[in-house]
Design a protein around this ligand. Structure first.
Ligand code: NDP
Length: 310
């Protein structure tokens, strides 16, 4: 059984920022990167809104730099995924890849969230070539072009409004005849001239060529099948936070997002902290994830000093 002072699960901006701060605070962080080293960010290409990179930065390069920075301060960055945990006793017990057993005095959960996709083969084919689950990340590439947003929730409305400020036209593909979004968001969408809502529609196929997305084939509830011409296809049908493993101990909201106390990264279990998208249904940005990783490391440091006296 390996004993660890600060265990960080997740290799996205939250996890690496936590590792940088924890290493500098001398609380000996060990970080396991999980299934998707670099995190969700690596599913996109160029990041233009991370401060400090006026020319934009390649997502993989950014994550490699964060990893290197964490290592340079002594963080132990490893490959592996937590497959079982016991947070009912201290030190916490964590199993990596079904075999390696760890004991941790403090645990930072930065396991992220996954955007939901429709599951169409054509959608998979054009991921990164016109199919995106983040308008804030990729919308800028669709200036004066035509795009579609799938979903009828607050995120879909927000993304459609954002895209409408850049694109020539935005279709919203909504599977029912009502939005799920709050009234105010609905009103904003319905009052925006270049947004057209396609009610009662499901996507059958994303259409495209060697250059990327060119359209979408939709099926209306009345049985009509029709195509729309688009350059970008944005999914906004929700996210799934990777919090299931911790659910027996850690409080979440109804959608599985870990609840943290006030402005801190503290969960309901003393010594367990949460950072990044696993606790953030709202902002979900690399920079907000990084900021919450910083908070988690500082909270962990305080906990270790006060509670574990290390
Ligand atoms: P929601 O779960 O609220 O909405 C998901 C939307 O996607 C629904 O319209 C749903 O349709 C649709 N959908 C789901 N699966 C499919 C599918 N397979 N095919 C087509 N459509 C599908 O998720 P959001 O990400 O929008 O919001 C998450 C939470 O964050 C909510 O609580 C929201 O209020 C909050 N939020 C708040 C914001 C704000 O206050 N400004 C901004 C962004 C998010 P259906 O309705 O038919 O189920």
């Amino acid at each position: 059984m390996e004993k660890i002072r600060t265990l960080i699960l997740g290799g996205g901006p939250a996890g690496f920022t936590a590792a940088i701060y924890a290493a500098r605070a001398n609380i000996s962080p060990v970080l396991y990167e999980g299934i998707q080293p670099g995190g969700q960010l690596t599913t996109t290409t160029v990041i233009e809104n991370f401060p400090g990179f006026p020319g934009g930065v390649d997502a993989n390069t950014l994550m490699d730099s964060m990893r290197e920075q964490a290592r340079s301060f002594g963080a132990d960055v490893r490959q592996g995924t937590a497959t079982a945990v016991d947070l009912g006793q201290r030190p916490f017990r964590v199993t990596i890849d079904g075999e390696k057993q760890l004991e941790a005095d403090a645990l930072i959960i930065a396991t992220g969230a996954q955007a939901r996709y429709l599951g169409l083969p054509s959608e998979e084919k054009f991921k990164g070539a016109g199919v995106s689950a983040c308008a804030t990340c990729d919308g800028f590439f669709y200036r004066k072009r035509t795009v579609a947003v799938v979903g009828g929730g607050d995120t879909a409305c927000e993304e459609a409004l954002y895209l409408a400020s850049l694109a020539k036209k935005v279709y919203m593909i909504v599977r029912r005849d009502v939005f799920r979004a709050s009234k105010i968001m609905q009103q904003k969408v319905l009052g925006t001239e270049n947004i057209e809502v396609l009610w009662n529609c499901n996507t059958q196929e994303v259409l495209g060529d060697a250059m990327g997305v060119t359209g979408a084939r939709l099926l209306r509830k009345d049985g009509t099948v029709f195509d729309i011409a688009i350059d970008g296809f944005f999914l906004a049908i929700g996210h799934t936070p990777a919090s299931e493993l911790f659910a027996p101990w850690i409080e979440t909201d109804a959608n599985g997002y870990i609840l943290t106390e006030g402005k801190s990264a503290c969960t309901n279990v003393p010594g367990v902290f949460a950072a990044g998208d696993v606790q953030d249904p709202r902002y979900r940005q690399a920079v907000t994830a990084a900021a919450s990783g910083c908070k988690a490391a500082q909270d962990a440091e305080k906990f270790l000093l006060e509670q574990v006296n290390l």
